[in-house]
Design a protein around this ligand. Structure first.
Ligand SMILES: CC(C)NC(=O)[C@H](Cc1c[nH]c2ccccc12)NC(=O)[C@H](CCCC/N=C(/NCCC(=O)O)S[C@H]1O[C@H](COP(=O)(O)OP(=O)(O)OC[C@H]2O[C@@H](n3cnc4c(N)ncnc43)[C@H](O)[C@@H]2O)[C@@H](O)[C@H]1O)NC(=O)OCc1ccccc1
Length: 224
C-alpha cells in the first residue's frame, strides 16, 4: 500500500513550535506574508533574518512528539511505500528518524547563497552576515520557500500523488497552495483520503475520512 502523508505546523505544535495560526499569523506586528516573501527580504533583510534566526533557536530547544515518532515507526513498516511531504521547516521529522521525507518549503537549518546558489548548513545567525563557504560572499538567505516562490520537489511530489493508494494530511489548515491542493490530485487518481487534525480545516470537506484531535494522540492511534 503506497501512502503519501502531508504534514503542517499542527504536527509540531505539541513539541512547542507555534503554528502560523496560533500567532494569529501575526509576528511582531508583521503578517507572516510580510516577512516570508522575497520582497520583504529585499526591503528589510535584518527583520527577515531575525525572524528565521529566532525560529531556528526555538526549534533547537524542542523535541519531536509521539506524532513524529509514529510516522518514523510507520516508515519502518512501509519502507519505500511511504513518503512524508512536510510544509514545516523544522527538523523534528528527521530527529524522530524519518528518512522518506521531502521538505517542500525548505529547511530552517540550511542557508542558500544568493550569489552562487550553494547550500550550506547554518553555523552562525544570518543576521551576522556569515560568508558563504563556497564563494565567500556575505549573501546568504535561509533555504526556505517564500510566498511567490516555487516550492521544492514538485515533480517528485506529483509522481507520488498520482501513484499513491492512500493520502493523509496531518496538522495542516489547507490555507497555502499548492500543498492544499494535493488531496484533490490524490483523490482524482483513486487514492483513499484521511485528514488528522485538531479541528476542521479549510479542506476537511475534501477528505473521505476525518479524525479530529491532537496529533500526538490521533496519529499513533491511526498508525498502530
Ligand atoms: C496565503 C495563501 C493564500 N497564499 C498561497 O497559497 C500562495 C499563493 C498561491 C499560489 N497558488 C494559489 C492558489 C490560490 C490562492 C493562492 C495561491 N502560495 C505560494 O506563494 C507558494 C509558496 C507557499 C510557501 C510559502 N512558505 C511557507 N513556509 C516556509 C517559510 C516559513 O515557514 O516561514 S508557507 C507556511 O505557511 C503554511 C502554514 O500552514 P500550516 O502548516 O497548515 O499551519 P497553520 O498554522 O495554517 O494551521 C495549523 C493547523 O494545525 C492544526 N493544529 C494545531 N494544533 C494541532 C495539534 N496539536 N494536533 C493536530 N493539529 C493541530 C490547526 O487546527 C490548523 O488546522 C505552511 O505551508 C507553511 O510552510 N508558491 C507558489 O504558489 O509559487 C508559484 C507556483 C505556481 C504553480 C505551481 C507551483 C508554484
Amino acid at each position: 500500500m503506497r501512502l503519501v502523508v502531508l504534514t503542517g505546523a499542527g504536527i509540531s505544535a505539541e513539541s512547542g513550535v507555534p503554528t502560523f495560526r496560533d500567532a494569529g499569523g501575526l509576528w511582531e506586528g508583521h503578517r507572516v506574508e510580510d516577512v516570508a516573501t522575497p520582497e520583504a527580504f529585499g526591503r528589510d533583510p535584518d527583520t527577515v533574518h531575525r525572524f528565521y534566526d529566532s525560529r531556528r533557536h526555538a526549534v533547537a530547544q524542542v523535541e519531536p512528539n509521539p506524532a513524529h515518532d509514529a510516522l518514523a515507526r510507520l516508515e519502518g513498516a512501509l519502507g519505500d511505500d511511504l513518503l512524508v511531504i512536510t510544509q514545516n521547516v523544522d527538523d523534528l521529522h528527521e530527529r524522530a528518524g524519518s528518512r522518506r521525507l521531502l521538505h517542500m518549503h525548505g529547511d530552517l537549518l540550511t542557508a542558500r547563497c544568493t550569489a552562487c546558489e550553494a547550500r550550506s548548513p547554518i553555523a552562525a545567525d544570518l543576521i551576522e552576515r556569515p560568508r558563504c563557504p563556497e564563494c565567500g560572499e556575505r549573501m546568504l538567505r535561509p533555504d526556505v520557500v517564500w510566498f511567490g516562490e516555487l516550492p521544492y520537489h514538485l515533480d517528485e511530489i506529483d509522481e507520488a500523488l498520482l501513484a499513491c493508494d492512500a493520502f493523509a494530511a496531518i496538522g495542516t489548515s489547507g490555507a497555502v497552495y499548492p500543498a492544499a491542493g494535493f488531496v484533490m490530485t490524490a483523490a482524482e487518481f483513486g487514492a483513499r483520503t484521511i485528514e488528522l487534525n485538531l479541528a476542521a480545516s479549510e479542506i476537511t470537506p475534501l477528505f473521505e475520512e476525518v479524525r479530529h484531535g491532537p496529533a500526538s494522540l490521533v496519529v499513533p492511534a491511526w498508525v498502530d
